[in-house]
Design a binder for this molecule. Structure first.
Ligand code: ADP
Length: 483
């Protein structure tokens, strides 16, 4: 076993510097969790120097400047370094990054240029610092070009021994439309015969074909990727890589999400003082204009408004269970037709539905701490954080049996260790039936308390995830993963 494992972790975003979605949580937490797990793990994070990075309070120093080639022209690169909770962080700067307005653009020409540049500049950095990783751990299509380029540098002694991981957070986002930029930087279509033609010049499939290991963000999602329903046309190809594919569930920052200390709550509580949740529930009901009643079932959805999340399924399902006693809070922003659908439900049932169309971190915490049931009828869910947060706060989840929801929610029919409710078909009827079941169980206080306690005692820590990554790194360096 090597004495020290050096890992360069590449991502488009990382909390606390910048966070747009779940990837920001992972890249902000996992490197530190790995370092905390073992002094042997020397993990360094590398992200683009986006224009709107939050750098207040961080000491930033220049590390290196060099250039990479783009179609016969040199593109200058500058690299800066800081430390976050003991983890060295490299920021890559260059005109393709500084000229982009935001972390992600709707224009693939902008993102194609920016992230191909970032990926190759990060790889090139290793020639300019005295630190040589054994593993490059890339995330999603944005950093996939680094994995593909690494594969073509195996004759270069500087890169020959580096193993690569591509982590899949959301397969449908493959980086299509970026091939002119890949070619401009010298990355040509992938020749893997199992890849469909259309995927040969998409960054994510190119990395999936050439990485030493592929990690999905939950074990169930790893299996789903190899099926027609979730494989996005890559299922047959991914089956050829089954030996290299595994799933590791994301962790949750347990300090950040703790009902005992959460300052957003009126009443803090733990598993032994769950009755204090009624104070939070009453405050939530009164502040959102709902009738204050501890006995009515308070349902909640906290979500991006995207078809992926099944917002429409929940809204139609709620209509179908209007004969039941419940109130619902929907907190989210996103695609306008889904926002309007949530508003329409509120207009139809103003006394029992509250649609809060915005991003509100404070309110989300109050909802987790006061609502009885979290609704997550996702069409697909690579991992999902909301259901883990809900369980930690004693809010029982109803989820569709897909991806990370399968791996984190144990069905209530398991009388000993159940933590929530799962339904199979992505339809309003299936959701409504599951909701009816949940409402019935809610009437049995002892049973409900058991579900809450079981959920609160789950170990969703990053430490758990970090141990599995550590094992994977060891296997990779010992050549035990089929590449
Ligand atoms: P995603 O696919 O969007 O990453 P997750 O369930 O993994 O879904 O994570 C979503 C995270 O974003 C959760 O922490 C959830 O509480 C938070 N979130 C989503 N929408 C909102 C919102 N409108 N206001 C506050 N927090 C939100």
């Amino acid at each position: 076993m090597p004495r020290s494992i050096k890992i360069l972790f590449l991502a488009a975003e990382a909390d606390p510097f910048i966070k747009v979605g779940g990837l920001g949580d992972v890249a902000g937490s996992l490197p530190g969790a790995l370092r905390a797990l073992s002094h042997q793990l020397d993990v360094r994070l590398c992200i683009p120097l986006h224009n709107d990075l939050k750098l207040d309070g961080f000491e930033i120093k220049p590390v290196s400047s060099y250039s990479i080639m783009r179609g016969g022209q040199r593109v200058p690169v500058q690299v800066f370094e800081t430390f976050f909770a003991g983890t060295p962080v490299y920021f890559i700067e260059g005109s393709p990054i500084s000229s982009a307005q935001s972390v992600y653009s709707a224009d693939m020409a902008i993102d194609g240029e920016k992230y191909t540049f970032f990926s190759l500049a990060a790889l090139e950095l290793l020639r300019h610092i005295r630190w040589q990783p054994g593993i490059i751990h890339a995330n999603d299509w944005h950093t996939a070009p680094a994995v593909y380029a690494l594969h073509h540098r195996l004759a270069d002694p500087h890169y020959a021994w580096i193993k690569s991981i591509i982590e899949v957070h959301n397969l449908p986002f493959m980086g299509g439309g970026t091939s002119p930029h890949l070619s401009a930087y010298g990355l040509h279509p992938c020749s893997n015969p199992h890849l469909p033609d259309w995927a040969r010049h998409f960054p994510l499939p190119m990395a999936l074909a050439t990485a030493d290991a592929i990690v999905a963000v939950s074990p169930a999602y790893a299996l789903e990727l190899m099926t027609p329903e979730f494989g996005c046309g890559l299922q047959d190809f991914l089956r050829t890589r089954a030996d290299a594919l595994s799933g590791i569930l994301n962790g949750l920052d347990l300090k950040l999400w703790d009902p005992r200390t959460d300052s957003a709550l009126i009443a803090n509580y733990d598993g032994a003082s769950l009755e204090r949740r009624t104070v939070n529930k009453a405050k939530l009901q009164s502040s959102l204009g709902l009738h204050v009643n501890p006995d009515v079932h308070l349902l909640a959805m906290i979500t991006r408004m995207d078809p992926q999340k099944g917002v429409d399924i929940a809204i139609d399902g709620l209509r179908r269970t209007a004969d039941q006693s419940w109130q619902a809070i929907i907190l989210g922003t996103g695609i306008p037709y889904l926002e309007s659908a949530a508003r329409s439900l509120q207009d139809e049932m103003p006394e029992r539905v509250c649609a809060e169309i915005r991003y509100d971190a404070q309110l989300s915490r109050q909802i987790y701490a006061g609502a009885d049931i979290l609704l997550m009828p996702s069409r697909y869910e690579p991992c999902g954080l909301a259901q883990m947060i809900a369980m930690r706060y004693g809010c029982v989840p109803i989820g569709r049996a897909t991806g990370g929801l399968i791996d984190t929610i144990r069905g209530y029919t398991d009388a000993v260790s159940g933590t929530g409710f799962l339904f199979t078909e992505a339809s309003p009827d299936a959701f409504a039936n599951c909701l009816r079941e949940a409402l019935q169980v809610f009437g049995d206080r002892d049973r409900w308390l058991r579900l809450q306690h079981n959920g609160m005692s789950q170990d969703f820590s990053w430490e758990n995830a970090a141990k599995q990554y550590q094992d994977l790194y060891h296997q990779l360096l010992a050549n035990k993963v089929a590449g």
